[in-house]
Design a protein around this ligand. Sequence first.
Ligand SMILES: [Zn+2]
Length: 298
Amino acid sequence: MFAKGKALKGINSHIIMLLSALEGYEGVAPVEVPARLKSIKELFPSAHEIKCDDEGKALPLIKEVHSLLYVFDLKKNCEDEIGAMGDLNFQKPLWKEALNAVCAAVESADKNDFAAVRPPGHHAYKDEARGFCYLNNIVIASRHLLMGGKAKRIFIMDFDAHYGDGTHFLVKDDSAFLYGSVHGDPRHYFPMRRWSSDNAFLFDVEPSTVNDEQFLAYIDKLLERARAFKPDIIAISAGFDTWHEDPVLPFNIKDENTYYEVGRRVKALGIPYFAVLEGGYSKALPRLVKAFYDGGFA
Ligand SMILES: [Zn+2]
């Protein structure tokens, strides 16, 4: 197990967090709803709200990860209000809200901060929206760092309850990335897809068997691999649907300090990092985000 260490001063210390602005997207009831982000905002009243006012600046970044055709289709589907399709919902405000999420993720990458965004991104593919996700925020922000020469090697650590199939697929042929994730076994739980590649290590677990202690043991294993990879930056897909009250998967995390510990242990590694919100659908979400933020960023 990775040894407990003291957090380094000067790395990822912030007094505010970033929040992507809501534009009226209704999402997918009953879980992927605006209340998720609103409740976080209430707990972080001084959070810096990000609006993506310059679509022209965001699109070149997005097109590094998604196909031009897909991006135009997404925008048109939103303009046309084609509505609900399973776990997606194409409405006019979604387009701006998705751009806001990308811009907040990019800013969090630039500032080594946490971006609480909506919609999430780790199930989104180059040409496909899935699982509440339309644009892959964490990969777009990571590519931005690579293209800007701010990083050569990036470790993506995904601790959402679900496997980030879109993220893994988007980086699986790129040796600049290592993708590590602990998640409910995707053969039995969403996304029901699983990729394999040399630049990934995946812990497929049965959620009901994972308590606080075991979850942190998986986090330590992820961080051991991160340390060996020697990344310039760690990009964190931070999901909080491992909480025991979360309606989507039956993980058994019952102590919010566990998320504080995740943040603290990442910080103790001494490698710069940033984080972007993925899932988390229980009423406890803002408290869980705050615990992680206090451990890793405050
Ligand atoms: Zn999730």
